[in-house]
Design a protein around this ligand. Structure first.
Ligand code: FPP
Ligand code: MG
Length: 331
């Protein structure tokens, strides 16, 4: 049994720090569209940082299999990060959000046309990389991720401020908008290495992705804008009934009709344009223990992720993958 202790994300990713640095160099310096403006926007976006979690999963898995990180591994890592970053650039337009990773985002500096095309260019570069990789199964895998992202996002748009949501809806949307890309980042590596454990590797990525989004939902309610690097308490303002609010609604419906009606009224008022975030929502979420419930839910997914990679032989890369799963719920 490997003993796990709490480390920072930087410490956990140390075994692949040099590879992540090389990835950053490639993202910042080697993607050079002929338009100087576009080139500097992309450099600006990638230089703004980010945890590079999805590439880290790919690199750690390659090394956990005792393989070297080669050009194909870099292409896969880049594809995941390009798709992830592009989807955030587009998401910030959809959400009218002006901050990302603690800094003013592309949306805040350029008009919609330029911002949309910057995201499009990253998607296009991911497609070029898939062509260079030349592994049909991986091309299909990432093409499905793109479908999932669009499908997950449109469902969020369609269900804005809808309180008629349940856990089936939540999980289906969360898989599509978040876990699908995490899953691809580990599954693609297993496919490329021709491993028999493709589904186990995919399961690790998927479960981690689900946990990551549930914790992202929790952090929106119990962090500050400064620590988040993006506006706090913004999910409900954007009309999203995420995991803590879904649990709270369920509990109030069962146990406290008056408070349930009060919460529905607040949500309906926000839907009709009252953009003030009511701290009463936080009180109700607190009263139903929804933050702790969601943290436990995320822990269950992390436990499943850890179980999925038990088959790997013990080495520091497997340990890092396991520590990463614990870190997700301890943020
Ligand atoms: C962040 O969600 C957004 C996503 C994870 C996916 C967004 C997907 C799209 C915009 C569609 C992508 C388009 C193509 C062509 C594939 P969030 O708003 O919950 O997270 P945040 O709080 O970090 O903004
Ligand atoms: Mg958003």
């Amino acid at each position: 049994m490997i003993e796990l202790k709490t480390k920072t994300i930087k410490e956990i990713l140390e075994p692949v720090a040099a590879d992540l640095q090389e990835l950053d160099n490639r993202l910042i310096n080697e993607i050079s569209p002929s338009s100087r403006a576009l080139c500097s926007i992309l450099q600006d976006i990638f230089a703004a940082g980010g945890k590079r979690l999805r590439p880290a999963l790919s690199f750690l898995l390659v090394k956990a299999f005792n393989q070297d990180i080669d050009e194909a591994s870099f292409l896969i890592a880049e594809i995941s990060e390009l798709i992830h970053t592009a989807s955030l650039v587009h998401d910030d337009i959809i959400d009218n959000s002006l901050i990302r990773r603690g800094k003013p985002n592309t949306n805040s500096k350029f008009d919609n046309a330029v911002t949309v095309i910057s995201g499009d260019f990253m998607f296009a570069r991911a497609a070029v990389n898939l062509g260079r990789l030349g592994i049909n199964e991986i091309t299909t895998l990432y093409a499905s991720v793109l479908e999932d992202l669009c499908d997950g996002e449109i469902r969020q748009v369609e269900r804005k401020f809808s309180t008629a949501v349940d856990w089936d809806y939540y999980y289906s949307k969360t898989y599509k908008k978040t876990a699908s890309l995490f899953e691809a980042s580990t599954k693609a590596i297993a496919i490329k290495l021709n491993k028999s454990k493709i589904e186990a590797c995919a399961s690790y990525g998927k479960e981690l992705g689900l946990a990551f989004q549930i914790i992202d939902d929790v952090l929106d309610y119990n962090s500050t804008t400064k620590t988040l690097g993006k506006p706090a308490c913004s999910d409900l303002k954007e009309g999203q009934v995420t995991a803590p609010l879904l649990h709270c609604l369920e509990q109030l419906a069962l146990n406290d009709q008056a408070a349930y009606t009060e919460l529905i009224t607040i949500i309906n008022q926000m839907a009709s344009g009252n953009t003030e975030f009511s701290t009463r929502v936080l009180e109700l979420i607190e009263s139903t223990g929804s933050i702790n419930y969601c943290k436990d839910l995320a822990k269950q997914h992390c436990a499943k992720a850890i179980t999925a990679i038990e088959f790997l032989e013990n080495n520091k890369y497997k340990t890092a993958l396991m520590e990463l799963a614990s870190w997700v719920t301890e943020q």
